[in-house]
Design a protein around this ligand. Structure first.
Ligand code: SAH
Ligand code: SF4
Length: 393
């Protein structure tokens, strides 16, 4: 890509699919959309709100996938619902479990495309890393997903469906008729850090996260959801206002010259513009710190001078700096910084008063670590030469 090539939002949004003889999927609909759909299928308007509440609980609290078990609805009504609707989530094609317990799901969505979802169990939490697009329009030079051209945006159903399929696999739905388990949740946190740029699929991501946060369903606090963006500046305020989750930003460099190469969206919105949007975020979203993600690339962005510049840049922003040791992938044009270098970098940041955790690579043996995701089936991939040329190497 040349510096003046505009980064376009070349995104195909497929219409909400009408599976199996035109039956509409209820998964992924907002409450309002579900209400409209139920009314269109003959539900009396006066009852519609209550029916949405009941069906919502069955789908998102109890995890049912058909209408027969919805015993608080009349039999005839359940039959009508089955004629018009389905409750459908994407299919898990394969599941790999890493030595460290990380699980990677290969998920097939409509059209035969595939995305990956990763579950990372830790002692105090279980984090699900979900994808928002098949591929990515952006071409960050250190990211495996960036070598795969964008195929399409995921729908809200496909996004929230990733949470549901992980709960299926982990057995995290209460038995019908039993009270929800009280023990610690298995999926306690969601990070939008899988494949794709979530802010280039804003509406579907927002609607899916609203479903995840809805108290009558999956009921995750907005503070347990983190959206990671490469820096789509115009959508950052909207994220605060319409989603209100925590924000992470793929920062990765401390000068525009280097960031232009690593995160090419920087040519559209540079570091100064990005920081301005980030400064406003905590207040707008009434949330705490912003996570600055910083991938450690040997000899590229890992000097003491970079660490000091980073501190100067983010001064005044409540922040945590998450250092990510670079995860290699076949053909990747960078190397991971040495551990000694990463620790020295972390130390400078820590001494300036910021938390600077080093992200332990998880699931590397199954290519589930940050930036390693890429669906093997997509053929529209770039060559090593193209990646190097785009990175200006
Ligand atoms: N598109 C979004 C979210 C997905 S990427 C974004 O860019 O923020 C999730 C995180 O993994 C980002 O911080 C990304 O920069 C980082 N990442 C990508 N490739 C990586 C790699 N090979 N090694 C380590 N981190 C990587
Ligand atoms: Fe896309 Fe994020 Fe990868 Fe950049 S780091 S190519 S924005 S998925």
């Amino acid at each position: 890509m040349t510096p003046d090539t505009p980064i376009t939002q070349d995104v195909l949004t497929i219409p909400r699919k009408l599976p199996e003889a035109g039956r509409q999927n209820l998964v992924g609909l907002t409450r309002q959309e579900m209400r409209d759909a139920l009314i269109a299928a003959g539900t009396p308007e006066k009852q519609a709100k209550m029916r949405v509440g009941q069906i919502w609980q069955w789908i998102y609290q109890k995890g049912v996938r058909s209408f027969e078990p919805m015993t608080n609805l009349a039999k005839d009504y359940r039959a009508t619902l089955s004629e018009h609707f389905v409750i459908e989530i994407p299919e898990v094609v394969s599941r790999q479990v890493s030595d460290d317990g990380t699980r990677k799901y290969l998920v097939r969505i409509a059209g035969g495309h595939e995305v990956e979802t990763v579950y990372i169990p830790e002692t105090d939490r279980g984090t699900l890393c979900i994808s928002s697009q098949v591929g990515c329009t952006l071409t960050c030079s250190f990211c495996h997903t960036g070598t795969q051209k964008l195929v399409r945006n995921l729908t809200a159903a496909e996004i929230i469906g990733q949470v549901m399929l992980a709960r299926d696999d982990l057995g995290e739905w209460p038995e019908p008729g039993r009270a929800p388990k009280n023990e610690q949740r298995l999926v306690s946190n969601i990070v939008l850090m899988g494949m794709g740029e979530p802010l280039y699929n804003f509406e579907a991501v927002r609607n899916a996260m609203k479903i995840a946060m809805d108290n009558e369903g999956i009921s995750l606090s907005r503070r347990r959801i983190t959206l990671s963006t490469s820096g789509v500046v115009p959508e950052i305020a909207r994220t605060a206002e319409e989603i209100g989750c925590l924000l992470a930003v793929s920062f990765h460099a401390t000068t525009d010259a280097v960031r232009d190469k690593l995160v090419p969206i920087n040519k559209r919105w540079n570091i100064a513009e990005l920081l301005e949007a980030l400064r406003a975020y905590p207040k707008l979203s009434n949330s705490e710190r912003i996570t600055f993600e910083y991938v450690m690339l040997k000899g590229v962005n890992d000097s003491d001078e970079d660490a000091r510049r980073l501190i100067r840049l983010i001064s005044g922003i409540p922040a945590k700096i998450n250092l990510i040791p670079f995860n290699e992938w076949p053909g990747s044009p960078y190397e991971r910084s040495d551990w000694k270098r990463i620790r020295a970098f972390a130390d400078i940041i820590y001494k300036a008063g910021y938390a600077s955790p080093i992200r332990t690579p998880r699931g590397e043996d199954i290519m589930a670590a940050c930036g390693q995701l890429k669906s093997a089936t997509e053929r529209a991939r770039k060559s090593r030469r193209e990646i190097a040329a785009e990175a200006g190497l």
